[in-house]
Structures are given as structure tokens and as C-alpha cells.
Write a protein that binds this ligand. Structure first.
Ligand SMILES: Cc1cc2nc3c(=O)[nH]c(=O)nc-3n(C[C@H](O)[C@H](O)[C@H](O)COP(=O)(O)O)c2cc1C
Length: 317
């Protein structure tokens, strides 16, 4: 029922992508999503080339199905090295996040036979990536966890669908069958989820993060530049609130810099393994359990099929 052009394009069974998640989704999660029929995507942000090579090998040891690698173009050299490794190792799919990696990188990936899917926050960005030759875009609303723009998923997706000819997937605020069906109603041919996949058995989020996700309300995220300099939606913490409050009060730049450093320092407790900070989306308020990836995906598809049958009745109400 949910077989779409995105499935054919990416060689996957279900049109469900797991958005790359630095700090939220490692090898186990990526392999589990691909093995369950979706597309798992490895993060690379902040990692080394050596780690990327090891991660690719580890995913391949766990699944023979297609998977993706995410390129976060935070610096030209990093994006180029990451693309070169994906080409060398024959990675089937590359997703790009936050910014345009540049036309030449897109072309090199495409020439190597790699499918390229770009996560975009605006219509203009979608048009640019289409012109550069990417195979599909993921229109990601401001509800999403991680780097975000300002437009919400509900208005963004149909405007992108109207603006480009390539397939459009939806991301930002999708966490169950209702969100998935809504995305299809907006014209998307698939979905990408991040936050929901963090609360799964296979995610590498620690106990602090899982407990927070389970307890969070829809208002418990905050968008801040304190992390990377760009706007990132995170779990609300006192340190980030203090920083954003200072931004709103217009405190001097030097003071803001010190506060941003304090926010970044508060990411860890006793050690680097003791993470106390994470990106997360508004959909966190909808998360009440920690299923296996397979149960999550199959449960969503079964529920979406049930809901789709009921939709004509709902529409008549
Ligand atoms: C903890 C976390 C880390 C993320 N890291 C990345 C990343 O490294 N690269 C990227 O393109 N997107 C990243 N994202 C965005 C996700 O890939 C995905 O697009 C987003 O989570 C979708 O919105 P949702 O959280 O509402 O499902 C991250 C999201 C989260 C929650």
C-alpha cells in the first residue's frame, strides 16, 4: 500500500528514512532500519574518515540492504573527503543536511552512480538542489530535531511539492502513522524521522536521553545557535534557556560567547560517555515507549493502513 517512487529510487521496501543523527543513531540503528525495510543513514558530522570507514564496514556486516551516509557540509574539505570515501567504498545513497555541499560534489556522487537526497528547509533550497541534479529532496520543517529553518512542515511540504519535479519526502514532527499519512496527504512520497528513531532499542542514545524523550512535552525543545552557530533544535536545558534569554536581552557578544561555551561544556556529565544534551524535535512529546525498530516501522505501517481506510469517513464528518 505504501510502495512509492521513493522505494524504487532508493531500493527500499518502505518509504521511511531514518534521518542521520549525530549522537543519536549509530551503526546498530542504521543497520536495523535498513534491515526492517526502511533506509538507515549514517551520520558523519564531527567524525573522522577512519570512523566513517569503520561505520560503513560495520553496517555492511549487519545488513546487505541499501543504507545511506549523510554529508553535513560544515566545511568544504570535510564534505569533499566524505564524498570521496562514499565513492571509493560504493555507498549506495548519500543524503546532504543543513547546506548545499556544492554542485561539483553532487555531480561527482551522481557520476559514481550514488543516489543523492538533500534535506532542505525552503522552496528556494529545494529548487537549487534539483538544478544541481539531486534525485530527491526531504522537505524538513522547523519542528525537526537538529539543524532547522523557520518554516513548519505543514506549509513547507506542499510548497516544495509544487515547486520541483523530483520526488519530495517530508520530515520534521513525524512520529507515528498519523504524521506519516499527513505527509502523504501533503504530496510527499515518503518520510524521514529522526527523534522517533532515537527512542528505539537499537539507538545509541544513553539512559539520560531516553528518559528525557519519554518525559518530554511538545514545548520541551528550544532552538539555539549556542551549539554550532547555526539554529539547532535541542532538548531544552537551563543552560540553553539562559543563553537564549541573554540573546533576547541583547547582551554583548563576548558574554554570549562565554555562555555558548558553557552550553557546550554542559553537554557532558562525569565523562564524555555521560551525555547530557541532545538535539530533538517537537514530536518528542508524542513518544511514550522504546520499541525495536522493526516493531516501530511495522506498527506504523499497519496503523497507517487502518487509518487510511477510515479517512473517507473522517473527511465526511
Ligand atoms: C540528535 C539528532 C542529531 C541529528 N544530526 C543530524 C546530522 O548529523 N545530519 C543531518 O543531516 N541531520 C541531522 N539531524 C536531523 C535528522 O536527520 C532528521 O532530519 C530530523 O530529526 C527529522 O525531524 P524529527 O526529529 O522531527 O523526526 C539530527 C537530528 C537529531 C534529533
Amino acid at each position: 500500500m505504501f510502495h512509492t517512487v521513493a522505494c524504487d529510487l532508493l531500493g527500499i521496501r518502505y518509504p521511511i528514512l531514518q534521518g542521520a543523527m549525530q549522537g543519536g543513531g549509530g551503526v546498530e540503528l542504521v543497520a536495523a532500519v535498513s534491515e526492517a525495510g526502511g533506509l538507515g543513514v549514517l551520520p558523519t558530522f564531527g567524525g573522522t574518515d577512519q570512523k566513517l570507514r569503520a561505520d560503513i564496514a560495520a553496517v555492511r556486516a549487519r545488513t546487505a540492504r541499501p543504507f545511506g551516509v549523510n554529508i553535513m557540509p560544515m566545511g568544504r574539505g570535510i564534505a569533499e573527503r566524505c564524498a570521496a570515501t562514499c565513492i571509493e567504498l560504493g555507498v549506495p545513497i548519500v543524503t546532504t543536511g543543513r547546506a548545499d555541499p556544492g554542485e561539483d560534489i553532487v555531480r561527482r556522487l551522481k557520476d559514481a552512480g550514488i543516489r543523492v537526497v538533500s534535506v532542505i528547509p525552503t522552496v528556494e533550497h529545494a529548487r537549487r538542489m534539483e538544478a544541481e541534479g539531486v534525485d530527491a529532496v526531504v522537505a524538513s520543517g522547523t519542528e525537526a530535531g537538529g539543524h532547522v529553518g523557520t518554516v513548519a512542515t505543514l506549509p513547507l511540504v506542499p510548497q516544495v511539492v509544487d515547486a520541483v519535479k523530483i520526488p519530495v519526502l517530508a520530515a520534521g514532527g513525524i512520529g507515528d502513522a498519523r504524521g506519516m499519512l499527513a505527509a502523504f496527504a501533503l504530496g510527499a512520497v515518503g518520510i524521514q524521522m529522526g527523534t522517533r528513531f532515537m527512542a528505539t532499542v537499537e539507538s545509541d542514545l544513553n539512559a539520560w536521553g531516553r528518559d528525557r524523550l519519554l518525559a518530554m512535552r511538545e514545548t520541551d525543545t528550544i532552538v539555539t545557535r549556542a551549539m554550532t552557530g547555526a539554529t539547532v533544535r535541542c532538548i531544552r536545558t537551563p543552560q540553553i534557556e539562559a543563553y537564549e534569554d541573554a540573546v533576547a536581552r541583547g547582551v554583548p557578544e563576548a558574554e554570549l560567547k562565554a555562555m555558548a561555551a558553557a552550553v557546550r561544556a554542559s553537554r557532558y556529565g562525569e565523562s564524555r560517555d555521560d551525555r547530557r544534551q541532545s538535539a530533538a524535535g517537537q514530536v518528542a512529546g508524542l513518544i511514550h515507549d522504546v520499541p525495536s525498530v522493526r516493531d516501530l516501522i511495522e506498527g506504523m505501517l499497519a496503523e497507517a493502513a487502518r487509518l487510511a481506510e477510515r479517512l473517507p469517513a473522517v473527511a465526511r464528518r
